[in-house]
Design a protein around this ligand. Structure first.
Ligand code: TXA
Ligand code: MG
Length: 356
């Protein structure tokens, strides 16, 4: 298969606008006829297919190399599109949708009979999200079908935040990639299960726990978010059980006092380098001057965590390309957006950490 890569950002001149519209029309036709299109959202790039077409969903799993028990998020372009997909909307679900859609929030509802089990990985619930990115909503509206879309990476790779990342993982496997430039947020949407009595946070994201609780009161947190999957931990979001976002190198998180962490990482780096290993360091603006050895990459600024979320997956991918042997990463406080960032870092590290 030849994958078509089309630029859809900017659109300043009349010709550019025309080209963008033509590309969106073509992408919508591909979705309608059961094909796969990668498209930008405000969180990460998604790999879209018709969410009501089980055969199309199968193609997503094949292209990603993803286990088919891992359900897909169904994307909609307007609130009216929610009702046909679900059998019930709880008060909390309605309030959260009203407050945060369109935006980086996915809500899990009991599914209606219209949604095939092939899309929900056999579950009786369906995850729904209305993205804030205009291009994504335009595409869904043009396709006139709900669009099932996981992140557009090969399974186990960090989520793609640029069209180039998608190209690296999906070239030759899908019909089309819409290039809308780098995404804004950089970590995947917050997932909240609103199918029960109390909302449950299944995956932290840019809509923080604090924001959710302000909107609907108490929100439970799935204990699987910060624990390695195992016998007693069965995450409610099936995808959370896989070692996601995993760089090829062995990664270790270093936690503790900010005075001590850079020193410890610098010391570990020297030791590993003495063993002949290539070492990557993930740090922040505030700490980068501490490191004189190893391959140092800065995620962003501790005082603006959104810059860290934005760069995180690109840094992990870069270390894959550089073929480092091991990575040491600094940690952040597990609050607000830091909660989502630490969740991704812990998964990337396979929960390996050192406290200093
Ligand atoms: O930001 C995002 O959410 C991106 C963009 C493309 O929208 N999508 C994304 O999809 O991250 P994916 O497939 O990489 O992650 C979806 C997560 C998985 O962990 C999956 O197990 C969970 O959502 N999920 C989907 N349906 C579910 C359901 N019915 N119940 C519980 N978890 C569900
Ligand atoms: Mg994913």
């Amino acid at each position: 298969m030849i994958t078509k890569l089309v630029q859809v950002k900017g659109a300043e001149t009349r010709q550019e606008t025309k080209n963008r519209e033509a590309a969106l029309q073509e992408a919508a036709r591909i979705l309608q006829s059961g094909g796969l299109v990668a498209f930008p959202t405000e969180t990460v790039y998604g790999l879209g297919a018709n969410g009501l077409d089980e055969e199309a969903a199968k193609k997503i799993y094949a292209a990603k190399g993803r286990p088919s028990d891992n359900p897909l998020i169904v994307h909609i372009s307007a609130l009216e599109e929610l009702e046909p997909l679900v059998s019930e909307i709880s008060d909390a679900g309605r309030q959260l949708a009203k407050k945060f859609w369109p935006g980086p929030l996915t809500l899990v509802f009991p599914k209606s009979s219209r949604v095939p089990y092939g899309t929900t990985g056999g579950l009786k619930t369906v995850a729904v999200r209305m993205p804030a990115e205009d291009l994504a909503r335009r595409l869904i509206a043009l396709a006139k079908v709900p669009v099932a879309a996981p992140s557009a990476n090969r399974s186990g790779r960090p989520s793609p935040t640029t069209a180039l990342h998608v190209w690296q993982d999906m070239n030759g496997k899908i019909e089309m990639i819409l290039d809308g430039g780098p995404v804004g947020i950089g970590v995947e949407s917050t997932i909240v299960d609103v199918s029960g009595d109390v909302p449950v946070l299944l995956r932290p994201g840019a809509i923080t726990l604090e924001m959710l609780e302000q909107a609907v009161g108490h929100v439970e947190v799935d204990p699987a978010i910060f624990k390695a999957p195992g016998e007693n931990i069965r995450p409610k979001a099936p995808g959370m059980k896989y070692r996601h976002y995993a760089p090829k190198a062995e990664m270790t998180l270093v936690e503790g006092d900010l005075e001590k962490v850079p020193k410890a990482i610098a010391q570990l780096t020297e030791e590993r380098m003495a063993e002949g290993l290539v070492v990557g360091i993930i740090c922040t603006e505030e700490t980068k001057h501490f490191y004189s050895k190893g391959i140092v990459r800065c995620m962003g600024s501790r005082s603006r965590e959104e810059t860290i979320a934005h760069n995180l997956f690109a840094v992990l991918r870069e270390f894959d390309d550089l073929e480092v042997d091991c990575i040491y990463s600094e940690s952040l406080p597990c609050e607000q957006l830091g909660y989502a960032i630490m969740n991704r870092l812990q998964k990337a590290a396979g929960y390996r950490k050192i406290s200093v």
